[in-house]
Structure formats: structure tokens, C-alpha cells
Design a protein around this ligand. Structure first.
Ligand SMILES: Cc1ncc(COP(=O)(O)O)c(C=O)c1O
Length: 375
């Protein structure tokens, strides 16, 4: 059976060039980057090279990059590392679960949390209005993992700066896909496995001078902020993936936007199909559709039977049966949110695959509508 992977927002395959770069670091160049001997120093050198590549992609200095194991860890480090009882945190109502749940944890520890609402298109509202005297951090997702909407982080960063508040953004979905400059950003989360690098490597950008409390205590790695022996092969892969993403961003962007817009144009011809989130300021690879009278899960399963991998929302939420909180935040009713589908493209997606997807989508929607009690 033909297999079409359209769930690149969940994770991406490792680019062959990245894989090749990583290989020697499993069995030949295995030194601990913290060791003084030549084995260690060889690893240290490539570690710092990877750090520079990641920093370059967001116009940061390499000393401002703290390697972690995942975007979840980076987000936890940013929020827990900065906030204490009595502080005020502002997040949005469309954060990834790892920010939302960290905020919920902090709330139980005595941190005050405000969740900003978003408008119908998915843009955050009323930031200035919600700033308090004790607001320490604003953490707002750059590009939504579900609806792909890209927030104006420069505008948010300027408001934060004007009010002397730190600004963190979870850029796990946008890093390497759209240009980012950390000029107005104090902390930023980025991940390797969303940009054709391996799983197990991510980073937190921390602007020079910002003090954080580490989550882990141990050795002095990563300026004491992330002790643990370096996962050198994964970090090397992350660096290479960042380098490729920087060099090929424009080409990959244009390729995916072309395919994205083709899907949107064709899908919207289906009766009862709508696009969730803004149609302009969205990731080049994200399409989030809503079909009236159809269950998103039923569509995902039907498409899977035809070899097509898509999702209803974020991968980590797919086991939950509640409607997506991100879609509800847009003002959708639970039954509308249940009828949504996330299609996320990648640099390897071809037009032929999209044509096949559109054909099967049309057929599947038709069949599901026939058995739907809602016409
Ligand atoms: C925006 C965003 N933040 C954080 C994460 C968490 O990434 P990980 O599960 O790799 O830690 C994801 C993963 O989908 C994401 O899309």
C-alpha cells in the first residue's frame, strides 16, 4: 500500500546528511565532552560547533544556547527556572500541553497565572491589559502546533520589554521553518526532531544576563543549568539539522507553502469544510481543517487505512478524547473541534502525495457523511 506521511508536526524523519554526521559519535568518537583528554576534547569541539549552528539560526550568541533533551524540558526549565511563589505568569490559551501543564503545576506552588484569550483566527488578545505589578514572565507560543498560527513575537517582545518583563516563546514548531531573530525575545525553546534532526536534543536560548534555577542538580554542564553527560550524537545531529534548515529555509518554505495552499484551496471546495486559524500568518507546513458532521478521529482512521498519516491535533494529546483546548479557544463548539484534522507537510512531501491525499480525503469525507446523523 502507498504510504503518505503528513504528520511532520509530530516529528520528522532524520535527514540523511544529519544521520551521516551523527554516525561516528556512537562508536568511534565517543568521548565525554567534559573530559580533559583528547577523546573528550574532540567531542567538546563538535559540541561547540553544533551550538554555533543552532545560535546562528536565531541570531543569538553561542553562549546563550543551553542544550536540553526536549522542547518539553526547555519549556519546563524556562518557566520553573524563573518563577517563584507570588510571581505572576502570563501564557496564552493555545500553548502546547507542556507549557500549560507547567503553568498548572506552578499555580499549585503559588504562582499566579493568567491565560490570555485568542481571537477567532488564533492571535492572542489583551496582553497589555493583563500585565500586573508582579508579572515576571510572559510565555507565548510562537507558532501553534495545532493550528499553525504564527504570533507577532516582535510586538509581544516589545510590550514585555516596555514593562520590564521577561518574554519566553516556545518556537518548537517554527524554529528552522521561518526566520527568527531573538532581538525582542529573552528565552526561546527550539527542538531538533521537528527539523529533521534526531529526537533527544533541543535547546533553550537564554539571553545573556538572565539567571535561571536549574531543574537538575549535578555537574557543571551547560553553565550548571543542565547537568548530565552530553548526548553528543544527538546534539551533533541537531547542529547539522539547524545548519541545513538555515541554508534551505527559503526553498523548503516555498515548496511547502505551494502544497499547503493547494490543499486548502481544494479542501475548502468540500461542502462543510472550513480552515481553522488564520489563512495568512501560519506555518508553511500546517493545515487544520474542520468538517461539519464528521468526527476527526474517524477521518484519521479512514485515511490511515489508505496509508495516509495525519492527526487530529498534537501527538501528545491524541490519546485524550476531550476536544482540543486550542480549538475551543478559537471559539469553536466541542462538536466542531471534534471534527478537525491537522495535516502537516514536510520538505519531502511531493505534489503527487498531495494529489493522492486529496483524492482519498474527498472519498472518505463523502463516506463518513453518508453515515453521519448530522447532515
Ligand atoms: C510547540 C511545541 N512545544 C513543545 C513540544 C514538545 O516537544 P517534545 O515532546 O519533543 O518535548 C511540541 C511537540 O509537539 C510542540 O509542538
Amino acid at each position: 500500500m502507498k504510504k503518505v506521511y503528513l504528520d511532520y508536526s509530530a516529528t520528522t524523519p532524520v535527514d540523511e546528511r544529519v544521520f551521516k554526521k551523527m554516525m561516528p559519535f556512537f562508536s568511534q568518537k565517543y568521548g565525554n565532552a567534559s573530559s580533559l583528554h583528547s577523546f573528550g576534547q574532540e567531542s567538546k569541539l563538535v559540541l561547540e560547533g553544533a551550538r554555533e549552528k543552532v545560535a546562528d539560526l536565531i541570531s543569538a550568541s553561542s553562549e546563550e544556547i543551553i542544550f536540553t533533551s526536549s522542547a518539553t524540558e526547555s519549556n519546563n526549565l524556562a518557566l520553573k527556572g524563573l518563577l517563584k511563589k507570588g510571581d505572576h505568569l502570563i501564557i496564552s490559551s493555545i500553548e502546547h500541553h507542556c507549557v500549560e501543564e507547567t503553568a498548572n503545576y506552578l499555580k499549585r506552588e503559588g504562582v499566579l497565572v493568567t491565560k490570555l484569550e485568542v481571537d477567532k483566527k488564533g492571535f492572542v488578545k489583551d496582553l497589555q491589559k493583563n500585565i500586573q505589578k508582579n508579572t515576571v514572565l510572559i510565555s507565548i507560543i510562537h507558532a501553534s502546533n495545532e493550528i499553525g498560527v504564527i504570533q507577532d513575537i516582535e510586538k509581544i517582545g516589545k510590550i514585555a520589554k516596555k514593562n520590564n518583563i521577561l518574554f519566553h516563546t516556545d518556537a518548537a514548531q517554527s524554529f528552522g521553518k521561518v526566520p527568527i531573530d531573538v532581538k525582542y525575545i529573552d528565552l526561546l525553546t527550539a527542538s531538533s526532531h521537528k527539523i529533521y534532526g534526531p529526537k533527544g536534543a533541543a535547546c533553550l536560548y537564554v539571553k545573556k544576563g538572565i539567571k535561571l534555577t536549574p531543574l537538575l542538580h549535578g555537574g557543571g554542564q551547560e553553565q550548571g543549568l543542565r547537568p548530565s553527560t552530553y548526548n553528543i550524537s544527538a546534539i551533533v545531529g541537531f547542529g547539522k539539522a539547524a545548519e541545513i534548515a538555515g541554508k534551505e529555509m527559503e526553498k523548503d518554505y516555498n515548496h511547502q507553502v505551494f502544497l499547503r495552499d493547494k490543499i486548502i484551496e481544494e479542501a475548502l471546495k468540500i461542502k462543510g469544510c472550513y480552515l481553522n486559524g488564520d489563512n495568512q500568518k501560519r506555518l508553511p507546513n500546517n493545515i487544520n481543517l474542520r468538517f461539519s458532521g464528521i468526527e476527526g478521529e474517524a477521518l484519521v482512521i479512514k485515511l490511515d487505512l489508505e496509508g495516509i498519516a495525519v492527526s487530529t491535533g498534537s501527538a501528545c494529546a491524541s490519546a485524550k478524547l476531550e476536544p482540543s483546548s486550542v480549538l475551543l479557544a478559537l471559539g469553536l463548539k466541542p462538536h466542531q473541534a471534534h471534527g478537525s484534522l491537522r495535516i502537516s507537510l514536510g520538505k519531502y512531501t511531493t505534489e503527487k502525495e498531495i494529489d493522492y491525499f486529496l483524492k482519498i480525503l474527498l472519498k472518505s469525507v463523502k463516506e463518513l457523511k453518508q453515515i453521519s446523523p448530522y447532515k
